[in-house]
Design a binder for this molecule. Structure first.
Ligand SMILES: NC(=O)C1=CN([C@@H]2O[C@H](COP(=O)(O)OP(=O)(O)OC[C@H]3O[C@@H](n4cnc5c(N)ncnc54)[C@H](OP(=O)(O)O)[C@@H]3O)[C@@H](O)[C@H]2O)C=CC1
Ligand SMILES: CC(C)=CCC[C@@H](C)[C@H]1CC[C@H]2C3=C(CC[C@]12C)[C@@]1(C)CCC(=O)C[C@@H]1CC3
Length: 352
């Protein structure tokens, strides 16, 4: 009987490798001596030694071309949470992830590491030091999260030692760092519109904001510890800075660092949530006529006004995780206003 030659364990593919997290992951993998193939709907940069393959992860044939000879796949592609297209979320996160799993199995990939999200257990009420055994949200905060739950379940259920196909999911929360397309840009945009004057609630709610290097580190550790005899098989892991911070302190530090005023006036949480709900209903009803994107969605208000921080003790225990960077306090201003670059400079000692 012919024996299948196993591809080198240092040959990997990053689906979504052109994105914010994906690119950081690719750069670190290259530094660590991996040979990397990027699969993404778009190519946005070049790194020597990395091959780029443009395609849609919903297309199995496109995937198969990249996955042959690859032993390890990272799947960190998703439509952005702010996108309003429910069909796209379902097609990419659910149907597309099913296609990724099938393509991996068909190509003989041995390990699949999914980027999930800590929000899969968040229902808009306080979570303090949440562990991975919390149940999935019955009422997820938005449709993006609903599809992330389905995606995570698909990936973890596909884990099979018999089929020589092992899977694990990483659940990051509030990723920030250089080239962040979401967190700081939304915040700055809101400040520019003069809407960052109010603190929702008493301002003491603690949240995990996670520096991108830590998220990358968690992914690579998970890949390297995923073996048939390890506890990681078919499990999910929170990866955080292990240093929750007050949501409004983080917002204020970023804003002040960028030259804006910190929010000062307190508004009761239930009042703002109620207004956000009303606005959401109005925009929903008006959608056939006009597409309005309100700044204050119920989801954002819940994220801004509740505790949501997670324990990463399981990752510490099973894969020896420790944050590699916690330097985000106080945040001050880089030349180009890039908060992530400031945090990174703390690590590398370079001037930004
Ligand atoms: N950023 C955060 O705070 C958090 C992120 N996550 C998860 O981390 C992962 C990475 O997020 P992030 O880096 O911020 O997101 P990005 O949007 O920066 O990266 C995602 C990448 O996937 C690509 N992509 C989207 N659809 C497809 C498709 N059908 N086929 C191939 N590629 C596709 C995107 O292309 P395009 O841009 O053109 O759509 C983009 O390049 C996601 O799974 C997200 O759910 C989880 C928790 C927090
Ligand atoms: C920790 C975590 C999950 C962060 C996720 C990132 C975004 C969801 C946040 C980034 C900027 C935030 C923000 C608000 C809500 C949450 C974010 C979008 C507000 C809309 C909350 C209400 C305000 O007063 C304005 C805020 C602007 C920034």
């Amino acid at each position: 009987m012919a024996t299948r030659i196993r591809p080198s364990s240092k040959r990997c593919a990053v689906i979504g490798g052109s994105g914010f997290l994906g690119r950081h992951l690719v750069e670190r993998l290259v530094e660590k001596g991996y040979s990397v193939a990027v699969f993404d709907i778009a190519q946005r940069y070049e790194v020597s030694g990395v091959t780029f393959h443009q395609g849609d992860l919903c297309n199995k044939q496109d995937l198969l071309k990249v996955l042959k000879d690859v032993s390890l796949v990272f799947h960190c592609a998703s439509p952005a949470p702010g996108c309003n297209d429910r069909n796209l979320f379902w097609r990419v996160n659910v149907e597309g992830t099913r296609t990724v799993i099938q393509a991996c199995q068909q190509a003989g990939v041995q390990k699949l590491v999914l980027t999930s999200s800590a929000s899969v257990v968040f229902e808009g009420t306080d979570i303090m030091n949440g562990k991975e055994d919390l149940p999935y949200a019955k009422r997820p905060i938005d449709y993006y999260t609903e599809t992330k739950i389905k995606q995570e379940k698909l990936v973890l259920e596909a884990c099979s030692k018999e089929k020589d196909f092992l899977t694990v999911a990483i659940r990051p929360h509030g990723i920030f760092g250089p080239r962040d397309p979401q967190l700081v840009p939304i915040l700055v945009d809101t400040a520019r519109k003069g809407k960052m004057k109010f603190i929702i609630g008493d301002g003491t709610n603690l949240v995990d904001f996670t520096y991108v290097d830590n998220v990358v580190h968690g992914h690579i550790l998970a890949a390297e510890h995923l073996r048939p005899d390890s506890p990681l098989c078919g499990k999910a892991y929170h990866i955080t800075n292990d240093d929750p911070i007050r949501f409004w302190d983080f917002m204020s530090q970023v804003l002040v660092g960028l030259g804006y005023d910190a929010p000062r006036y307190h508004l009761p949480y239930s009042l703002v949530y109620g207004i956000a709900m009303l606005l959401w209903i109005i925009t929903f009803l008006l959608r056939p006529v006009v597409n309005i994107k309100p700044t204050f969605t119920p989801m954002r208000v819940a994220l801004a006004g509740t505790h949501h921080y997670y324990s990463c003790s399981r990752a510490k225990q099973d894969m020896g995780y420790q944050p590699v960077s916690s330097a985000y306090r106080p945040l001050d201003r880089g030349k180009n206003g890039d908060i992530g670059a400031v945090a990174q400079s703390r690590r590398t000692g370079e001037e930004v």
